[in-house]
Write a protein that binds this ligand. Structure first.
Ligand SMILES: [Fe+2]
Length: 209
């Protein structure tokens, strides 16, 4: 059984940028719901249940599609994705981290996007253009190069063996209580709580995945 991670900071620690009520509802209700449905879908598939959510999505083609029927595949893709993506989201935010890229990732971002500021502009643009629910992603692609795109719903970069370094949730549940329909304000505020040391750690993990 997968379990809900506890936050490494208080629910209110990201205020005023992400409010405590949103954090409570997002973590305790939405994330919990993905987890419960993910575990339910795994209940008759003990071999798949042994995998981490990350590995289950990474090996979806060769392990899930060969051992589960279509309805279970869909549940694992949607709820496994939702579970894993929120694990990542809580991990890459903090009240105190560096607010721009550090280490080798800083150099890689400058190489790919000219500057951190240009990267931020492109990221926000992609997140704005995601129609409806989804996520904007910075990933390491199959050639271990940085790539930037959005995906709908809980479709995971991991399904394409792309390692997610950083992602921003643009489902309305991520921002509606504080920002209502003002997705641009949320997408500006989030940069005040992203922890680029944690994102650098994910970059290093992705290089060796
Ligand atoms: Fe979410």
């Amino acid at each position: 059984m997968h379990t809900l991670p506890t936050l490494s900071y208080a629910y209110e620690a990201l205020e005023p940028h992400i409010d405590g009520l949103t954090m409570h509802v997002h973590h305790d209700k939405h994330h919990q719901a993905y987890l419960d449905k993910f575990n339910a879908a795994l209940s008759n598939y003990p071999e798949l249940a042994k995998l981490s959510a990350e590995d289950l999505l990474w090996h979806f083609e060769d392990q899930v599609k060969t051992s589960a029927p279509a309805d279970i595949q869909a549940a694992l893709k949607n709820h496994g994705g939702g579970f894993e993506h929120h694990n990542l989201f809580w991990e890459i935010m903090s009240p105190n981290g560096p607010r721009e890229a550090v280490g080798e990732l800083a150099a890689a971002i400058s190489s790919k996007f000219t500057s951190f500021a240009d990267f931020k502009t492109q990221f926000i643009d992609i997140a704005m253009k995601q129609f409806g629910s989804g996520w904007a992603w910075l990933v390491l692609d199959e050639n271990k190069k940085l790539a930037l795109y959005s995906l709908p719903n809980q479709d995971s970069p991991l399904l394409s063996k792309h390692y997610p370094i950083m992602g921003v949730d643009v489902w309305e549940h991520a921002y509606y209580l504080k920002y209502q329909n003002r997705r641009p304000e949320y997408l500006e505020a989030i940069w005040n709580v992203l922890d680029w040391q944690k994102i650098e750690d994910r970059y290093q993990a992705g290089l060796t995945k």
